[in-house]
Design a protein around this ligand. Structure first.
Ligand code: TRP
Length: 346
């Protein structure tokens, strides 16, 4: 029997740096859409996840976390509609992580593509690979399972992690479940996660192509124009040839930001192999990015998105979310034969 409780949607982003268009198109815009569709949404800042590389990357996780929430709000997340919180404020999550780690096969974690790629990258840079990085998917499973989330909007690169979360839930339910049963979370694959960089080098990420590869939501209009006008192009379309990678990136951004008719007009010009229109194309792209970003920047600067307001909001939401985590953890402790804790922990 289906129960008719509305599904819980949950997702988060890691506060590893400044928020950019890639974060917006690949995650935040979907968070807002799902919120506006009236779902019950939990959106958080995965600050503990940022720690998996923070020491090596010299990241100020505390500051970045507050900034992520400011941008969440500026982009349209509404704390009256969605529950917006910080992962580390829910102290139970690390305990879920510990317990769930005991039923996670280590080999599975080593086989994760994200892990292997990250290790290759970090070893190349002579950075330390932490145990926390290996266990990343267990912590992610804890984020999702602690509140029995039903649906997790994520990009393609996170699907493997979600599969691990489902497996952990199944294993727990099979071996331990008496008082507590985990929901097997489903993914909600979001498109356009691979927002292209401006340097024609894969996705919009600072680690891939440097700061000019990325448009930050906080970039000044002048800076946005400069970056777009400096974006890599090619020598011009050649009739019958497929589009070059750098132009694909520019067109993808235009498709994401501009009205359909504008995008199609420029696509037609490329297909007809017209020449000398890239300057106009970039001006059009810059204009559309600015139209998107400027109202967000205005809200970001408003008192509703201030650091003080965000800190107060995080305190409130922690007090709301922790009881959910506690109830589930208590039942889980009972199931896993820590009765002494289950009885005294509240
Ligand atoms: N791993 C996700 C990412 O890098 C962030 C994340 C952490 C997450 N915990 C999560 C996303 C739980 C969804 C659900 O994008």
């Amino acid at each position: 029997m289906e129960n008719n409780k509305s599904p819980v949607i949950l997702s988060g982003i890691r506060p590893t740096g400044e928020i950019h268009l890639g974060n917006y198109f690949g995650a935040i815009q979907y968070f807002v859409k799902l919120q506006e569709q009236g779902h019950q949404c939990f959106y958080f800042v995965a600050d503990l996840h940022a720690l998996t590389t923070a020491m090596e990357d010299h990241i100020d996780v505390d500051k970045n976390s507050v900034e992520v929430v400011r941008w969440y709000l500026a982009c349209g997340l509404d704390s009256n509609k969605s529950t917006i919180y910080r992962q580390s404020d829910i102290l139970e999550i690390p305990f879920f992580n510990l317990l769930l780690g005991m039923i996670t096969p280590e080999g599975e974690l080593r086989r994760c593509t994200t892990y292997k790629d990250k290790v290759a990258d970090m070893e190349g840079k002579r950075k330390m690979v932490s145990l926390g990085l290996l266990a990343y998917p267990v912590l992610m499973a804890s984020d999702i399972l602690f509140c029995n989330a039903d649906i997790v909007p994520v990009g393609e690169d996170q699907l493997q992690h979600l599969e691990i979360a489902r497996e952990i839930a199944r294993k727990y339910n099979h071996h331990f479940s008496k008082k507590h049963k985990f929901t097997e979370p489903r993914s909600h694959l979001v498109e356009a996660v691979r927002v292209p960089g401006l340097k024609g080098e894969g996705k919009m990420s600072k680690s891939v192509g440097g700061p000019d590869n990325v448009i930050y939501l906080n970039d000044a209009p002048k800076e946005i124009k400069r970056k777009v006008m400096a974006a890599q192009t090619d020598l011009g379309p050649v009739a019958g040839e497929p589009m070059t990678e750098s132009m694909k990136g520019i067109y993808k951004l235009l498709e994401l930001c501009a009205p359909k008719a504008v995008y199609e007009d420029y696509l037609g010009r490329y297909e007809r192999a017209e020449q000398r229109f890239y300057g106009d194309l970039k001006k059009e792209l810059a204009k559309n990015i600015l139209e998107l970003v400027e109202p967000i920047q205005q809200r970001y600067q408003s008192p509703d998105c201030s650091v003080e307001r965000v800190k107060a909001l995080l305190a409130e939401s922690a007090a709301k979310v922790r009881p959910i985590a506690k109830t589930n953890l208590r039942n889980m402790l009972d199931d896993m034969n820590f009765k002494h804790l289950a009885q005294t922990y509240n």
